[in-house]
Ligand binder design. Structure first.
Ligand code: ADE
Ligand code: ZN
Length: 324
């Protein structure tokens, strides 16, 4: 099964580029940019990655991003991730970035977008990996800040296909961002949102009805509402599930208890993704192996994750046909 998984073409739809910052690159950039970090070695950074919930991870994750300052830093970060994609046979990836994490520190929006975009273009040419870029609003900040961020994205519509919603789910429900999502839809952006990761099934419901979203990021708490599960199956609403992330952030205690395989067998359009691989212990292949080691699955079931990924992706029907 290991070789089958490694050789399977994969599509990644839930990856925060800031979450692919490996401790080694964090150290290199800290030195290059003369930024102080509260660690003595990359190993010490690895050791600090013990989380008890989403917020305990976010606190350390936002701190790590402080080393990203110049366009070249965003290029290097994205390029390193794309090389890992190549190793794991990821043929298409849709990447999140959090502009507010950088603009609030004085880094220009254009610097962030242009570094990431240059790496994506290069990967298309040199590595044969296609991609899309999705900008996320930080939900612990207010809607006015999200609206200002959307304004900054409008001149970059050619590079940004959609907008999303991430960060602390508890206490920041979808309705807080209804206006900015409506504006994004009017501007022609596709929309997605993290919902039902730590928050209740109601957040999935509300993200669908209030934010016009095309897919749910995480969504594993949908099982608390069987009517919602039936609706997800009927509408083929994709869930971009992140198995190792869910274990690291204690959404499930053990992979054996994870509901992704159950949801797959029920007919929900679930996909496997790595979320923040530098923090959660693995990229795409490692996530697939972790699920397959904990749940007996046929090769056809494992391949269904890729078929679902293609179906759920933001690529044209022609491109989808090329991938199947
Ligand atoms: N930002 C990065 N990773 C995240 C996650 N798993 N949930 C919410 N926001 C995030
Ligand atoms: Zn995420």
């Amino acid at each position: 099964m290991k070789d089958f998984i490694n050789g399977l073409p994969k599509v990644e739809l839930h990856l925060h580029i800031e979450g692919s910052l490996e401790p080694e690159l964090m150290f290199e950039l800290a030195k290059r940019n003369q930024v102080q970090i509260p660690f003595q070695s990359p190993q010490e950074v690895h050791n600090a990655y013990q989380f008890h919930n989403l917020q305990s991870f976010l606190d350390i994750y936002y701190q790590g991003a402080n080393v990203l300052i110049h366009e070249q830093d965003f290029f290097d970060l994205t390029w390193a991730y794309l090389l890992r994609c190549k190793e794991d046979n990821v043929v298409h990836t849709e990447i999140f970035f959090d502009p507010q994490t950088h603009t609030d520190r004085g880094v220009a929006f254009d610097t962030v977008v242009s570094g990431i975009h240059r790496a994506l273009e290069e990967a298309n040419k040199v590595l044969g990996i296609s991609s899309q870029l999705i900008m996320c609003f930080l939900r612990h900040l207010d809607e006015t800040a999200a609206l200002a961020t959307l304004e900054q994205a409008i001149p970059h519509k050619d590079k940004i296909i959609g907008v999303g919603l991430d960060s602390s789910e508890q206490g920041h429900p979808p309705e807080k961002f209804a206006k900015v999502f409506q504006k994004a839809l009017n501007e022609g952006f596709l929309t997605v949102a993290h919902a039902g990761e730590e928050g209740p099934a109601q957040n999935i419901h509300d993200a669908l009805s209030m934010l016009g979203i095309a897919r749910i990021d995480h969504g594993v708490r949908c099982v608390e509402d069987q009517l919602l599960v039936a609706q997800l199956i009927e509408d083929r609403t994709p869930l971009t599930v992140c198995p190792l992330s869910n274990i690291k952030l204690k959404v499930f205690e053990k992979m054996e208890q994870h509901n992704i395989v159950d949801l797959l067998r029920k007919g929900v359009c679930v996909t496997i993704n790595s979320d923040d691989p530098a923090y959660f212990g693995g990229y795409m292949n490692t996530n697939f192996h972790a699920v397959a080691n904990a749940h007996a699955m046929t090769k056809n079931e494992i391949a269904q994750f890729t078929r679902n990924g293609i179906e759920a992706s933001f690529i044209s029907d022609d491109e989808k046909a090329r991938l199947v």
